[in-house]
Each structure stands twice: as C-alpha cells, then as structure tokens.
Ligand binder design. Structure first.
Ligand code: ADP
Ligand code: ZN
Length: 292
C-alpha cells in the first residue's frame, strides 16, 4: 500500500509518497503561493500516485475540532491567502481518499514517536525553534489535542533583567516565540540568527529562554523525552547549554532516571529532517485505519 504525505509549510509544500514502514519512495517540493496556484499542483502530483490515504502536517493555527464546521481549515494565519482555507476538504473531495490532518509540529512529533527517538514512549514533546516556536505533544501514546492543539510556543515568559528587547509576538510581546524564535533573535541583535554563531552572548540568552520553557514543559507534562528541532537548533553550542540550564532551573526538585542522563533526555531530532514528512505519512495511515 502507498500513502501520500504532505508537509504544508509557509514557504514550501513537501509532497511525498511512502510505505507503511515509513519509507519515503519519492518526494517533490512546491513553493507556497496562493491556494489557487499551489493546490492544483499538489493535487496533480498525488492524483497519479494511487495512494490509499493522504496525511497532512500543516502550518497553523488549524481547526482540529471534529465537531466544528470549519474542521480541516487553516485559521488565523498571517498568510492571508490561506486564512479560512479548507485544505483538508479540497483533497478529500478531489482525491476521494481518507485524509489525516494535524499541525506541522505534531507531525514531527508523530514521526519521531512512530519511527524515531521517541518510539514507544507514553509522553514526549517536540519543540521546533524556527520562524516561530511550535510544540507537539504525545501523551498516553497519542498526539494531544484538547480543544484544538497545544500552543505552547506562545507560553508566556518574563524577559530576563538584562534583556531590554520588547518581544516580537503581536499577541503577547514576551512569549516563547516572541523572545526566542529566529525573527526575534534577528531583531534583538540586528543580524540574521545564522550569522551570529561567533557571538556567545546571543546563545547564552537563547539557551536561557529555551531552558525556561523546557523546564515548564517538564513540570506540566512530565515528558520522557524532549526533542528540539528547527533552524535555530542548528547552532550546535545551544543544546548543551539548554541541558545545563534546565538542570539548574529544576533546582534538584525532580529526580528521575531520565533527568540523570540529560544527553539522551533533551535531544535533536533523529530522523535526518524526515520527521515531518514521515509524521504526515503516519497521519495518512491513521486516517485509513479510522475509515475502516
Ligand atoms: P521554518 O520555521 O520557516 O519552517 P526553519 O526551521 O529553517 O524554517 O527556521 C527558520 C529560522 O531559523 C530563521 O529565522 C533563521 O534565521 C533561523 N536559522 C536557520 N538556520 C540557522 C542557523 N544555522 N543558525 C541559527 N538560526 C538559523
Ligand atoms: Zn505569543
């Protein structure tokens, strides 16, 4: 059986065909323009592939409430052409196969928990630190949804006393995304994050905010594994500092076997940047199962 996987991002749409074992047989990337331009191209790709189901891991926020009239729609995105767009319905109607749908970061979480370093765990979290900060959660072995999906990238965080930056989030100013995503680093320090590798003070502050959020996620969710991905985590000096600061912030309060081995507790993604597309594949597989 072959499954379609779509990783729908703000800049590109990665389309792939894969197997139940998580193998990616082929893939293409299509630039994200308007739905009118982009969607027919994606459809044309999948129409020829004889897929049994499609899984979509989508930029958000998205409506995941099955009782809602707008289930499967993209919601209040800053990408205006995609606001209120029924991405799920479009493929369901035109491909006539079951369609699984979730957030991009839940997709990455699901990829890692099905085939990667969180395989078989009851509770784990995936944090992506890129253009925004997103958090996906597995709890009880399943993606956590609640009302819709966690928005823990917007967890409110106090600015550190030595950081005068006002924060970039239009809703909160100071939240995790507003203080620590790539665009916040760029605005605070006046240069793109990828050009700041030689400035230790940039990464010491970044590690502080990441550790602050991770500590709170640990206290709320008690995850067995924490995965940190996204462009900003390409700074290799960051992860060891985050581990160290998390240990400090927990202050010895929690004592678990996981926390004793920080190097395998707080980790980078394990699937060579395929976690998102593999997660989308799994969403397709789950949609087919639910349909039977
Ligand atoms: P997206 O979040 O849009 O899917 P990325 O995860 O690549 O994409 O995140 C893009 C952000 O990550 C940008 O703000 C960019 O400045 C930052 N970034 C990309 N590469 C690096 C790097 N090597 N070091 C630090 N920041 C980076
Ligand atoms: Zn925010």
């Amino acid at each position: 059986m072959r499954f379609g996987a779509l990783e729908a991002g703000g800049t590109k749409m990665v389309c792939a065909v894969g197997t139940e074992e998580g193998g990616i047989l082929e893939r293409i990337s299509i630039p994200t323009e308007t739905p009118e331009i982009t969607m027919p191209k994606i459809l044309a790709y999948f129409q020829e592939k004889q897929i049994s189901a499609l899984g979509i891991a989508c930029f958000g926020p998205i409506d995941l409430d099955h009782q809602s009239r707008t289930y499967g729609h993209i919601m209040m995105t800053p990408k205006l052409a995609w606001r209120k767009y029924d991405i799920c319905g479009y493929f369901r109607e035109k491909l006539n196969v079951p369609v699984g749908f979730d957030t991009d970061v839940n997709g990455s979480m699901l990829g890692e928990s099905t085939w990667g370093c969180a395989k078989g765990l009851d509770t784990a979290i995936y944090i992506t630190v890129g253009t925004g900060v997103g958090v996906g959660v597995i709890a009880g072995g399943k993606l956590l949804h609640g009302m819709q999906h966690p928005e823990a990238g917007h967890m409110l965080i106090p600015a550190r006393a030595d950081d005068p930056y006002k924060g970039k989030c239009p809703y909160h100013g100071h939240c995790m995304e507003g203080l620590a995503a790539g665009p916040a680093i760029e605005e605070r320090w006046g240069a793109k994050a990828e050009t700041l590798a030689g400035r230790p003070e940039v990464w010491e502050l970044e590690a502080h905010y990441l550790a602050y959020a991770v500590t709170n996620y640990i206290l709320v969710l008690s995850p067995q594994k924490i995965i940190l991905g996204g462009g900003v985590m390409h700074q290799q000096q960051l992860l060891p500092m985050v581990r160290e600061k998390v240990k400090e912030m927990l202050g010895g309060y929690l004592q678990t076997k996981e926390l004793e081995d920080m190097d395998s507790y707080i980790v980078l993604p394990s699937l060579k940047d395929n976690q998102g597309i593999m997660g989308a594949l799994k969403l397709g597989m789950e949609a087919l199962e639910e349909n039977h």
